[in-house]
Write a protein that binds this ligand. Structure first.
Ligand SMILES: C[S@@+](CC[C@H](N)C(=O)[O-])C[C@H]1O[C@@H](n2cnc3c(N)ncnc32)[C@H](O)[C@@H]1O
Length: 352
């Protein structure tokens, strides 16, 4: 078996019980060396699923990112739902060899709240609060059962309402909504992400809820529906088997109490998405980085967008690697990093 030194593992591998040494040896051993690995403290333009293969194996302490959510943003318009699933699946799979043993992958994502489903029956709603006269179909049927010869006119007189009201109640003409459009439903994403991570070799370690501000404008269904508004997202945290460095001093007592040990995080989303359509707030990667890595570790974001994760990493004295498909966002990240931290990042452009 390969001899692992303290230098390669950060702990005394050879002092572990023999069966643990055996099961961990494949994870700790570097697989294929990568030719021209991606530079650290740099942003690389290109497709995440390709460029991740060029990162040094077992080198990333934590990877934190927010992918396209498949909600129709400009940067994901080219993707079908199948294409979107394939992208996330391959990105997660390509993380396994590059995360340090005992390290983490943190994915910020949300359920898709308006997921078009051609096969879904039309949701229709009997808007009872809109009925000015409180007679139900059942009330009419009850009277008809006792007086089978009553016609519409007799029933209207009996209930002191119009014949039209009798007709509407009996024939359900008050049922509204959804007659034309394809229906939309909620698409729950957690199960997909969990399966992709398990298939890659990771284990679900934790999940947190980020409560942001309520986005009423995303809730077109609020009419004729009991659905809630869009006001939270998930952070799924996956663990690569290995020895995890546990240091209680990474956070202060107040930080542990206020968020380190809390499953629900509450901070506002970015108010002005003026330079990028879907930034996450600095607080999000900052918390993940502080909780799950140490100074001088390498933090990865393979959907870098406007550079938020790199800014958080630099502010917390970590190194970073950024990957972003859109060349304009690569330049934007560089500019934002410079503005917020004074650091001039390297950028590379790839031909895929
Ligand atoms: C939700 S945004 C991330 C925003 C980022 N967290 C921030 O705070 O600015 C997703 C980003 O992924 C990028 N992207 C989409 N497909 C990609 C791919 N295949 N490889 C790398 N980046 C991609 C988009 O251009 C977009 O900037």
């Amino acid at each position: 078996m390969k001899n692992f030194t303290e230098e390669t593992t950060n702990f005394s591998f050879n002092r572990l019980p023999k069966d643990l040494q055996k099961s961990l040896s494949t994870i700790y051993s570097h697989t294929e060396p990568v030719a021209n690995p991606l530079k650290v403290n740099a942003i690389h333009q290109g497709d995440a699923s390709e460029l991740l293969k060029k990162i040094e194996p077992n080198s990333i302490a934590v990877s934190v990112w927010s992918p396209p959510y498949f909600v129709g943003k400009n940067y994901e318009k080219h993707l079908s739902f199948e294409g979107w699933k394939n992208l996330l699946k391959s990105v997660i799979a390509n993380h396994f060899s590059i995360i340090k043993p005992g390290g983490f992958l943190a994915i910020n994502i949300a359920d898709i709240l308006v997921f078009k489903d051609e096969k879904m029956p039309k949701i229709q709603a009997d808007a009872v609060h809109r009925k000015r006269i409180s007679i139900s179909k059942e009330n009419i049927l009850e009277v008809l059962a006792k007086n089978p010869t009553m016609n519409r006119n007799d029933l209207a007189k009996h209930f002191k309402c119009s014949e039209q009201t009798i007709d509407r109640r009996l024939h359900g003409n008050n049922v509204r909504g959804g007659k034309q459009e394809t229906q939309s439903r909620v698409k729950i994403i957690g199960g997909l992400v969990e399966n992709w991570a398990l298939e890659a070799g990771f284990y679900p370690y934790d999940r947190r809820i980020w409560v942001k501000d309520a986005a009423w404008e995303n809730s077109r269904w609020a009419n004729l529906s009991y659905r809630s508004v869009d006001e939270f997202e998930y952070i799924y945290i996956f663990w690569k088997p290995g020895i995890t460095r546990y240091d209680r001093n990474r956070l202060s007592n107040d930080e542990w109490k206020n968020w380190g040990s809390r499953g629900v995080w509450q901070f506002p989303s970015v108010r002005a998405n003026d330079d990028h359509e879907a930034k996450f707030p600095l607080e999000l990667p900052t918390r993940i980085i502080k909780l799950l890595s140490d100074e001088n570790d390498i933090v990865l974001d393979c959907f870098m967008g406007s550079g938020t994760t790199a800014i958080a990493a630099i502010k917390e004295n970590r190194n970073y690697i950024g990957i972003e498909l859109n060349p304009e966002y690569v330049k934007l990240s560089k500019a934002n990093i410079l503005k917020e931290t004074g650091v001039n990042s390297i950028i590379t452009f790839n031909a895929n």
